[in-house]
Design a protein around this ligand. Structure first.
Ligand code: SF4
Length: 284
């Protein structure tokens, strides 16, 4: 059985899979950068109810965009998405650019997102390599769970791929249902060089993924990443302007020793144009 045959029988029919709207594809790709694709649906519905078109988003206040982003985390994505919408309206007549190079000039759009957007809007023949694509195809083609150079994998996949949109959707679904980090080889119908290795040695041959410790501080004896505190700050500011003293509430066991840490966090948010940090603090 080929991957595409497997996909035709097993695909997750996510409601937006059939969209050809450039705006929706842009939103889905940015939202799914840090949020599981299966959870994006409800946020997408809420966001598009408030900003139905690219022009609506471009002309909105940044504050409203950040508020509408609630629940998706990483508010810098909302800020970049808003900037991108403005740029597309001002410079590209409301359309997405047609090349990877031009896509990469848009705020918050990296090499994977640029290629993926082009695949799903224009069926572009350029492989969007993410962790799923790498895992499935490194195992199938190379028989291991390690690292293969991007240019090698790209060249191989380009020669296999027929319809880019179907190929990318199929790989994504297969990676999320069968070829998981801990693969379900026993129920996998595809030919694969990794299968006998995995069946013989089990989980011992899986690449150990080293979890990076995110920057943060200790709160009540536990390490809490700065990302969480940034989210709490933004949440508090959504209820209105705050004094510095009021913002110290974002850390449950705040003491004077945390002062320079909190100031740095606020300065960073200000440098990202999310807040105004003066005598009081408010959303941008
Ligand atoms: S046999 Fe196992 S490793 Fe190979 S593609 Fe299938 S699930 Fe992935």
């Amino acid at each position: 059985m080929s991957l595409i045959e497997w996909y035709q029988e097993n695909k997750r029919d996510l409601p937006w899979c059939h969209t050809t709207s450039e705006y929706l594809v842009l939103l889905i790709e940015v939202m799914s950068q840090q949020t599981q694709i299966s959870r994006v649906g409800k946020y997408l519905e809420r966001f598009t109810a408030q900003f139905p078109t690219l022009h609506d988003l471009a002309s909105a206040d940044q504050r409203d965009v950040i508020i509408a982003w609630d629940g998706l985390g990483y508010n810098s994505r909302a800020v970049n998405l808003h900037k991108t919408a403005k740029l597309l309206v001002d410079k590209y007549k409301g359309k997405l650019p047609g090349t990877v190079e031009d896509m990469l000039t848009l705020p918050g759009i990296g090499p994977y997102t640029a290629r993926s957007i082009l695949v799903f809007t224009r069926n572009h023949h350029d492989i969007a390599l993410d962790v799923n694509m790498r895992r499935v195809w490194t195992r199938r083609l190379h028989g291991h769970d390690g690292v293969v150079k991007d240019n090698v994998l790209r060249e191989q996949l380009t020669s296999i791929m027929q319809d880019p949109k179907t190929f990318h959707s199929a790989t994504m679904d297969f990676a999320n249902m069968i070829c998981l980090p801990k693969p379900k080889c026993a129920q996998c119908p595809l030919t694969c060089r990794f299968k006998p290795v995995y069946q013989l040695h089990g989980g011992n041959v899986l690449r150990k993924r080293v979890k990076k410790v995110e920057k943060g501080v200790t709160e009540n004896g536990k390490h809490v990443p700065n990302r969480i505190f940034r989210g709490r700050i933004i949440k508090l500011l959504r209820s209105g302007e705050q004094t510095f003293e009021q913002l110290t509430l974002v850390k449950k066991d705040y003491t004077k020793n945390d002062q320079s840490w909190l100031i740095k966090l606020l300065q960073k948010l200000e440098s990202e144009n999310k807040i105004v940090f003066g005598d009081t603090v408010r959303l941008q």
